[in-house]
Design a binder for this molecule. Structure first.
Ligand code: FMN
Length: 146
């Protein structure tokens, strides 16, 4: 049975809801899931799961949420060889650097040896029915990659 860690960052609630949606879907599929908010999470926890997921918004001018700074720095020091990762989250295409926090995470996961189990899934503001379908596919891809 696959184990999944979901770390989320959310200011106004969209990404928390997306994390909850993924949590429920992974559980339906028989995975064992743990979920936590980024500022309450040790990056090292990712080493204890088969699949590592980050659900995050983008802030400022295409930057990470402030509360993710420590987590992000610690992540860079890990070796996640053999782990599967996935990146998703709601941000807004009204901004110049749409969802760029996810691209920054992608660079780090690559550097620390993890395997991308699904393409980055950027959601524009509130998830549409189509986005929910893509989120299910995202989770299925990650489970299939383990
Ligand atoms: C001050 C501010 C700056 C933002 N900057 C960006 C940005 O650079 N790129 C982007 O894609 N979205 C940006 N956003 C949009 C948020 O990422 C988006 O509203 C997201 O859905 C918020 O998620 P949450 O409900 O989980 O907090 C910004 C929002 C605010 C309020």
């Amino acid at each position: 049975m696959a184990t999944v860690k979901i770390v989320w960052a959310s200011m106004s609630g969209r990404n928390e809801q997306i994390a909850n949606f993924l949590n429920e879907y992974f559980m339906q599929k028989g995975a064992i899931v743990d979920m936590s908010e980024v500022s309450q999470t040790d990056a090292e926890d990712f080493a204890n799961y088969d699949i590592d997921v980050v659900v995050s918004y983008t802030y400022h001018q295409g930057e990470l949420p402030d509360e993710a700074a420590d987590f992000f720095e610690d992540l860079k020091t890990l070796d996640l060889t053999g782990k599967v990762y996935g990146l998703t989250g709601s941000s807004s295409s009204k901004h110049k650097y749409f969802g760029r926090a996810l691209d920054y995470y992608d660079e780090v996961f690559q550097q620390i040896g993890a395997t991308k189990g699904s393409e980055i899934l950027k959601i524009d503001e509130d998830p549409s029915a189509e986005d929910l379908k893509k989120l299910r596919q995202f989770a299925d891809d990650l489970l299939a990659a383990v």
